[in-house]
Design a protein. Structure first.
Length: 325
């Protein structure tokens, strides 16, 4: 029926009515907090490009993780910063490496905390690319996949709860699944960075992790931001290879693809609210251009509305506190 019989404002007239018919729920347990763990520091080191985010020692990581648990956040995702790098990124699968050590420490101290690990080579290679290089300087897909499988097994052996390959090499999910199964980790789940775009919004992360490519860029393996349809077959290939969850990264400019991937795969979908998206909000809030709390919660709700089951965000601690209030 048309106006005046139909008045859409009727159910917006009070907070109680708005709450009664609200379509999308946001809870702290749906959030994951990314954390940077460094071998080179003793406590905490602020990251200039990411206000409020720090590089952490193992002891500082444990303190941060206890706060995550206290706020009811769903889990943490670990990114390692090694003391030394080489062309192969061998520190990535070292059983005594920074991530392996961090995972063991977390699981000893907080056995119920969900620990996700980034499975990639970019933080560990001297050249900053997400795989090993051929003589011509191009990333060798198949040789890199073998190393990624080795990294995943080392993380599973350390006790990681969810393994997240972020490299965008073809076939890496199948290789990781096969190697995990062969090594006795058939129950270890995989969260695949299925639709990861070559985005301008990664800059602060690369500063934080020291993972910017020494030459060239990652457009030869990360997706073209102009391509939307391509995200669906990328995700479906990962599902066929054994992924248990899939991810779209970045988040804010890719809500259409979060929805498409969710509808097509019917698997849990994660959205990564990346460093540049976080930094933009922090900068605008610091300048007085917007209300940080209102903006952050609106962003996170929009990602849930688009279809994200899980949101990986540097805002997670603040958002959890605001939701509790």
């Amino acid at each position: 029926m048309a106006f005046p019989q139909t008045r859409m404002r009727r159910l917006r007239s009070s907070a109680s009515l708005r709450g009664l018919v609200r379509e999308t729920e946001l809870r702290p347990g749906q959030l994951v907090l990314p954390l940077f763990v460094s071998e080179a520091i003793r406590a905490r080191e602020p990251i200039a490009a990411l206000p409020g985010v720090e590089r952490l020692s193992i002891s500082a990581l444990l303190d941060e993780a206890r706060e995550v648990v206290a706020r009811g956040i769903g889990g943490v995702m670990l990114f390692g910063i090694p003391a030394a790098k080489d062309a192969e990124g061998s520190g990535a699968w070292d059983e005594e490496g920074v991530i392996q050590t961090a995972v063991r420490a977390l699981k000893r101290a907080l056995p119920d905390l969900l620990v996700l690990t980034d499975v990639c080579l970019c933080e560990y290679t001297s050249h900053g690319h997400c795989g090993v290089l051929r003589e011509d300087g191009a990333v060798d897909n198949d040789a890199s996949v073998e190393l990624l499988a080795r990294i995943a097994v080392s993380h599973a052996r350390a006790g990681a709860d969810l393994l997240a390959p972020s490299d965008m090499m073809d076939g890496r999910v199948g290789a990781i699944r096969s190697e995990l199964d062969a090594e006795g980790f058939a129950d270890a789940p995989i969260l695949a960075y299925s639709a990861k775009f070559a985005s301008a919004f990664y800059g602060p992360f690369r500063d934080a992790a020291g993972s910017a490519p020494a030459f060239g860029d990652r457009r030869g393996y990360q997706m073209d931001p102009a391509n939307g349809r391509e995200a669906v077959p990328e995700a479906l290939l990962d599902v066929q290879e054994g992924a248990d969850m899939v991810m779209v990264k970045p988040a804010l400019a890719y809500g259409d693809l979060i929805r498409a991937v969710k509808r097509t795969t019917r698997l849990p979908v994660a959205a990564y609210n990346v460093s540049g998206e976080y930094a933009m909000v922090k900068a605008a809030a610091a300048a007085g251009y917007l209300d940080e709390r209102a903006a952050v919660l609106e962003i996170l709700v929009s990602l849930r509305r688009a279809g994200a089951d899980t949101i990986i965000s540097y805002h997670s601690k603040d958002a959890a506190q605001w939701l509790a209030e």
